[in-house]
Write a protein that binds this ligand. Sequence first.
Ligand SMILES: Cc1cc2nc3c(=O)[nH]c(=O)nc-3n(C[C@H](O)[C@H](O)[C@H](O)COP(=O)(O)OP(=O)(O)OC[C@H]3O[C@@H](n4cnc5c(N)ncnc54)[C@H](O)[C@@H]3O)c2cc1C
Length: 381
Amino acid sequence: MDRTLFTEEHEAFRKAFRQFAEREIVPHQTRWREQGQVDREVWRKAGAQGFLCPWLEEKYGGPGADFLCSVVLMEELARFYESGFAMCLHSDIVVPYLHSFGTEEQKHKWLPGCASGELVTAIGMTEPGTGSDLAALATTAVKDGDDYVINGSKTFISNGQLCDLVLLAAKTDPNPENAHKGISLFVVEAGRKGFVKGKRLHKMGMASQDTSELFFEDCRVPAANRLGPEGAGFMMLMQKLQQERLCVAIGAVAGAEQVLADTIAYTKERKAFGKPISKFQNTQFKLVESLAKVEVGRAYVDQVVAGHVAGKYLVKECSIAKFWTTDMAQEVIDTCLQFFGGYGYMLEYPVTRAFMDARVQRIYAGTNEIMKVIVAKQIGL
Ligand SMILES: Cc1cc2nc3c(=O)[nH]c(=O)nc-3n(C[C@H](O)[C@H](O)[C@H](O)COP(=O)(O)OP(=O)(O)OC[C@H]3O[C@@H](n4cnc5c(N)ncnc54)[C@H](O)[C@@H]3O)c2cc1C
């Protein structure tokens, strides 16, 4: 289907990123998976070419393009089966908080490094005891003179090893009238006393992503590192989580589309009973059903992206896009994997890794059940 989202400039940007990926990503992917994280250097290289925070204005050190360039990058990373280089998490999930809620001083201090790749960011919401129920988080930030003293731990934090800045959700008021009003956001720099990066977690998929635990033990941060007003953390999170969900949906559709394309090619090559397996009716029906799902998902997500770019606040649509496309991608990739037979169970096959990588999309950025809770509220149930 023809897409109307992108201009010629976006397609030129896509082409430039493909060349970058072929040169700076693809040759290193096996090693990145083995070492459990991407090289620090690729962040700087991506920054130098304008691939980090492409939407960020030049006055803050960004390339001054738009969010659709970010969409292009998410799609291309999925096409290259790169699930560990969390450019999108950095550029389109964490940095937008600094951009929207930071003071001018904070923005000038941090944003240029975020665009150049000198500063890699992470977001710390989830804790060992709570994920979906953010209001129940136990990490505390207690005001002490001009500082806050932070205690607590976070888990499953993407970019946990490589991050230079963590956007941290912590309770500044343990007993507020409304639990949501007790949460504030802080920017905590790596290297600060009391901020300890824990171990890199061994996961089912996303082998090159350095998802980690983070610990805060009497970690002192200046009040100048608080983002937005005290107690406004939940409100800021709610505002920005729409884009996070949309990013997951964009990646899910692009990932499913790529796996499907590779599967179609494989079924034309692989022979059984004297003919290509693409000639079996079962293969054709399954692949056509998968194509229909991908195209329907793409049409919906493109429309939500267009509305989002136009400045609409699409809570229901972003939540639907997130749960529907990630369930869809899992089904499509599972269907595709079956056509690879035994090879579809071998780790060196991209389809196998895509299958394992895709599973988390139904869990992170708010579980798919939580997405339905949100939609139910939106339609007044
Ligand atoms: C690879 C990976 C990367 C991640 N990256 C980050 C990151 O960078 N930063 C970060 O902060 N977090 C991150 N997360 C955490 C992720 O967002 C959480 O795991 C997720 O939000 C779920 O929280 P939980 O694990 O505590 O599950 P729980 O909240 O304990 O949920 C357990 C189950 O109960 C269900 N459930 C909970 N509440 C309800 C309800 N009201 N109605 C119906 N069902 C419900 C859930 O859907 C789920 O099935 C990451 C996780 C993974 C696996």
